[in-house]
Write a protein that binds this ligand. Structure first.
Ligand code: UDX
Length: 459
């Protein structure tokens, strides 16, 4: 741990647990390196899980004088847009960005650097530039996804006719793995990619929650100028490790349930913080889990998981009789769970995951084999990173949500394969070792953090 008391980093995450969690883990890393951290966020009531995590984070650091919190006000239009917490958060940040210079010029010790979310390049770039300190984005997905993001303007016009996207230096990305929203001409997402990607050259760098052994080829292509010549440096600051602050005060029901299960015998099933499947698919998953022959812990999320409205009970979705049947072999929970603790439990032998990047890195950290079931966004690209590295697999024919229903028999077979494949387990152990090495003294993450801190110390 270095003695650099005067470094002060401001962090500004975007909405959603998939963005807030990595930012808080990064904040914890900076605090452990004796930096001051100012965390800027919007009014927390837009999401209960987010506000819970922020307050746990706040109270778990004894060095409170090193941590500073600022809430940006919600825009006047907040109530009108209350239905969409992502949009609400985005708007809040956009409409309050003019407050940042005065806020950040008065912090003590003076600001050394500013790290903001990858989705906030356009709303924040000008303000970030005016602060007079180096500024970076935290790209909360994989380096491979980042290569696609930075290369996007080069191919966006020809996307309707392309079958594969050949990113120089990175293996080709099949059309079927491209986030579907980007394939629609002039889509909101496509426009954001087109607008934000050329602005990457104005950043001082891009921080990514990954490590060399996980995405060596993509990282080499990115930092070697093969993808886009003028890209700023890509810094590998991963793997982000679930922090002490995420620990539950009491062991929850899932952990107690896992305690008496045999080592490596349980399949953990979760599709991230907000991805929900349709009812028919849910029933088939239940059927598949029962057929897999393994015990299972299944975390179910509703579409409205980020909000506080009451949701339909699980019995309403699956039917009471079906829930009773499932109970013989597994535990189904609807609440927020501590995924890090679950993956760390020795009873867990496999992870059915949507391959959100945080989940992928957590599975790497705990050495758990993955059966990927990517549904949207960056997830297919991430699933490919996992299967290329050999500690997981995914079935490319399994469709996007709503496209087709994958039958329980097929799901059961795929889970059995994951649970019985020794080669996945061997690779998972290798990836785990590499992840641990990356954050140890002299490892990639540690060296990168030291380099950044030294650089900020000089500027
Ligand atoms: C999304 C994208 O899928 C991801 O790739 C992107 O970069 C960020 O936004 P999300 O779909 O939520 O994220 O998935 P994931 O990236 O896996 O993040 C979810 C986080 O919430 C993980 O850290 C996971 O451990 C945590 N989680 C989720 C819990 O701790 N408990 C839960 O019940 C559900």
């Amino acid at each position: 741990m270095s003695e650099v008391p005067n470094i002060h980093v401001a962090l500004l995450p975007s909405a959603g647990m998939g963005h807030l969690t990595p930012f808080l883990r990064l904040a914890a890393m900076f605090v452990h390196h004796n930096c001051h951290v100012t965390l800027i966020t919007t009014h927390p009531t837009v999401s209960k899980s987010e506000s819970d995590l922020i307050s746990k984070f706040h109270s778990s650091f004894p060095q409170v004088n090193q941590l500073h919190f600022h809430l940006l006000p919600l825009p006047d239009s907040a109530s009108a847009t209350k239905d969409d917490p992502f949009f609400l958060r985005f708007e809040a940040i956009r409409s309050s960005s003019h407050l940042l210079p005065s806020l950040l010029s008065s912090v003590s010790p003076p600001l050394s650097s500013f790290v903001y979310d990858m989705t906030l390049i356009s709303p924040l770039l000008q303000v970030a530039d005016s602060l007079g300190v180096p500024h970076y984005i935290l790209f909360t997905s994989s380096a491979t996804m980042f290569s696609f993001f930075s290369y996007f303007p080069t191919v966006s016009a020809s996307l309707p006719t392309l079958t594969d996207v050949e990113i120089p230096g990175v293996s080709s990305i099949p059309r079927s793995s491209i986030p579907p929203l980007l394939l629609v001409p002039n889509s909101l997402f496509g426009n954001i990619f087109n607008e934000d990607s050329p602005k990457l050259t104005k950043l001082h760098g891009v921080l990514i929650n990954t490590f060399e052994e996980l995405e060596a080829q993509s990282l080499e292509a990115l930092n070697g100028g093969k993808v886009v010549k003028e890209l700023p440096p890509v810094y590998t600051v991963g793997p982000f490790v679930p922090g002490e602050f995420e620990k539950e005060d009491q062991r929850g029901a899932p952990m107690k349930w896992l305690d008496d299960k045999a080592k490596g015998s349980v399949v953990y099933v979760s599709f991230g913080s907000r991805t929900a499947m349709g009812r028919d698919q849910m029933r088939e998953i239940g059927e598949g889990l029962v057929r897999s022959g393994s015990m299972f812990l299944w975390v179910v999320k509703g579409k409205k998981v980020d909000r506080e409205e009451e949701e339909e009970g699980l019995e309403g979705v699956l039917g009471l009789e079906f829930v009773e049947k499932i109970k013989e072999r597994g535990l189904v929970v609807k609440e927020w769970v501590n995924q890090g603790e679950i993956l760390d439990h020795e009873a867990v032998g496999g992870f059915v995951s949507h391959c959100g990047w945080n989940s992928v890195v957590e599975a790497a950290w705990y050495g758990v084999p993955i059966m990927g079931w990517p549904l949207g966004g960056d997830q297919k690209i991430n699933a490919e990173v996992v299967s290329k590295r050999g500690w997981g697999m995914w079935n490319k024919d399994w469709g996007w949500e709503g496209e087709s229903v994958v039958k329980g028999e097929e799901i059961g077979k795929a889970i059995r394969k994951m649970m019985n494949d020794e080669s996945l387990r061997i690779k998972a152990a290798e990836v785990k070792e590499a992840a641990r090495k990356a954050i140890s003294v002299g490892g990639g993450c540690e060296v990168t953090l030291q380099k950044l801190i030294e650089k900020w110390n000089k500027t």
